[in-house]
Write a protein that binds this ligand. Structure first.
Ligand code: TA6
Length: 273
């Protein structure tokens, strides 16, 4: 476990397992949802925090594992900023395990910085070390802690197209000023989204601001009652206090990486009151 801090006393906790950020405390307030019943022993992906999805989002033709394997693999710590203790770089490379489901050589470098103002910067570089091009998805599967689902308003998406629902068959246009959770599961992939998105978490919970680089898609997910009850690693009622806002590259841009190529992307998240 790695703990990062800044001079204000904000704290970020990262686990080697999946390089998953499990806690982000700014101004004394936890901002990420991490399920109290998730396993932390490396046997399953962590339900909460910010797991990394790579090289496949959902089920698809890139590899056979849902949401890929990065969230289930132990990352190596490449470097912790010993002087300031506010950043860490973590690395995942191909192994016998990863090649079983995706037969490519790669390096994924992940740098996490807790900035002095409490914002959290996550930057990823993916290197193709194979002799041929590969296709990949990448996504920050961020689980945010919210006051209640009723208060959530995700702004900045009016005019963007999205695929709705689990089957994701129909492309629709967002016509509302803001997206809300409407007393049922929401599971949408917005495409070609702005590089700055804000989400109102309600009175006393502030406004989340997400700035991205090279991540043109955004998934909004809340499992609601029934799906939540079917998840063995999340308490039944916890859907009411979380939302996933997941910045991604999966649909808008073709993420084909040439041999010896490098792709970079990232996000910075911060809160305004
Ligand atoms: O990102 C949204 C999503 O793909 C949903 O469809 C949903 O079921 C979910 O992620 C959680 O997936 P998981 O494999 O972590 O249970």
């Amino acid at each position: 476990m790695i703990s990062l801090s800044n001079r204000k006393g904000d704290v970020v906790v990262v686990l080697e397992h999946g390089a998953t950020i499990t806690s982000w405390i700014v101004g004394g307030k936890e901002r990420l949802y991490c399920s109290p019943t998730t396993k932390l022993d490396g046997s399953t992906p962590i339900r909460g925090g910010i797991p990394l999805v790579f090289p496949q989002f959902g089920h698809g033709s890139i590899c056979t594992t849902k949401h890929g394997f990065a969230r289930s693999q132990p990352f190596a710590i490449d470097n912790v900023n010993e002087r300031k203790k506010n950043s860490v770089t973590m690395i995942l490379v191909d192994s016998i395990e990863t090649k079983k489901v995706w037969n490519y050589k790669f390096k994924l470098k992940y740098r996490i910085v807790l900035e002095e103002d409490g914002s959290l910067t996550s930057a990823v570089a993916i290197y193709n070390l194979s002799n041929e091009a590969f296709r990949f998805d990448f996504l920050f599967h961020s689980y945010f802690l919210i006051g209640t689902t009723r208060d959530l308003k995700v702004r900045s998406l009016k005019g963007c197209k999205y695929l709705d629902g689990v089957e994701r068959k129909k492309l629709e246009m967002e016509t509302c000023e803001y997206v809300v959770i409407d007393d049922k599961e929401i599971d949408r992939i917005y495409i070609n989204v702005p590089s700055e998105i804000s989400a109102d978490f309600g009175k006393d919970h502030g406004m989340l601001c997400i700035r991205t680089e090279n991540l043109k898609d955004m998934v909004i997910w809340n499992p609601w009652k029934n799906k939540c009850a079917s998840l063995s690693d999340m308490p039944d009622g916890d859907y009411e206090k979380m939302v996933c806002l997941e910045c991604a590259t999966t649909l808008t841009l073709p993420t084909l990486l040439e041999a010896n190529g490098c792709w970079r992307g990232g996000q910075t998240i911060s809160f305004d009151f």
